[in-house]
Design a binder for this molecule. Sequence first.
Ligand code: TYM
Length: 330
Amino acid sequence: MKRILSGVQPSGNIHLGNYLGALRNWVALQREYQSFFCIVNLHAITSPQDPRELAAKTRELARIYLAVGIDPQISTIFVQSDVPEHAELAWVLNCITRMSELERMTQFKDKARRQRENVGVGVFDYPVLMAADILLYQTDLVPVGEDQKQHLELTRDLAIRFNRDYGETFRVPEPYIPPVGARIMSLSDPTKKMSKSDDDQKGTIALLDDPDAVRNKFRRAVTDSGMEIRFDRERPAIMNLLTIYQLLTGKTREEIEDHFAGKGYAQLKAELAEVTIEFLRPLQERIRAISDEELDRILAEGAERARSIASETYRLVKERVGLVGARNFN
Ligand code: TYM
């Protein structure tokens, strides 16, 4: 069976963009692939985190994975820092990665621009740790949103380079970026993606938002000039609202345009808010229903299953690079 691996950072509030761009597809793919879903807390600490809050967010994110429909009977859910091979492999990969490759990463450039000389080494090295996450599991497919595409290209380059220099070791993964929903935009600024690190959370619908917050955020959502409610790339704000509506209702674009013909933006926003609230309600109920004991058990089993694969790959890497003691050579 082919494998998938993906992850989300347990920082900030997990939002509709994360769900529509990534989590939703994990659920859809988990029966066709052997699946590994990681909570990437080592990535989260590349920006400052309150320790208690980080631990709480890590568990909350595991609950979200379960509540959206990841089935722990068939998929492995685990916390990145429970599997030390992630950081170990990242170090080995650091040694074949060029500074210039990381300097080119647009996410790094964005963060570096904002943080100037205070930008951390972890932020710079972030894509290498991500490559380690993926390559450790001999992953075939990585379901992510569009913003991760460049990181996936680096992962492929590193796998190919390692295989060339040290002999065939890693499977070279492919990205899976959905045709619709790969880039959900902020409700307050449709030129920016919806983001959990955004200081301004007015543009972000968190999966844990209550109905009033959802209604308010949609009501205040920016719209475009014009009146018509159509899927039109030239009108990014309405396009974004309609895309969310399409994915949450499962209706076709044609059905949706017919439904809103002759109606105004206020109506679209009001209906979209109700659709979102009805989607979030059972999700939030499921999140609350998962007990601490159940979560502990799932994460402990997940860590064990993940380690058994990760340690096998890392052992091979050590052999290839010459890091095993002489006693292990024959
Ligand atoms: P993160 O935590 O920023 O986002 C998690 C997932 O959500 C997707 N996403 C979006 N999709 C559509 N519209 C948006 N506005 C939007 N915002 C975020 C992201 O593309 C991602 O799929 N580097 C990763 C985490 C990571 C990872 C990995 C992913 C670490 N190791 C290995 C895959 C495989 C990140 O920061 O995701």
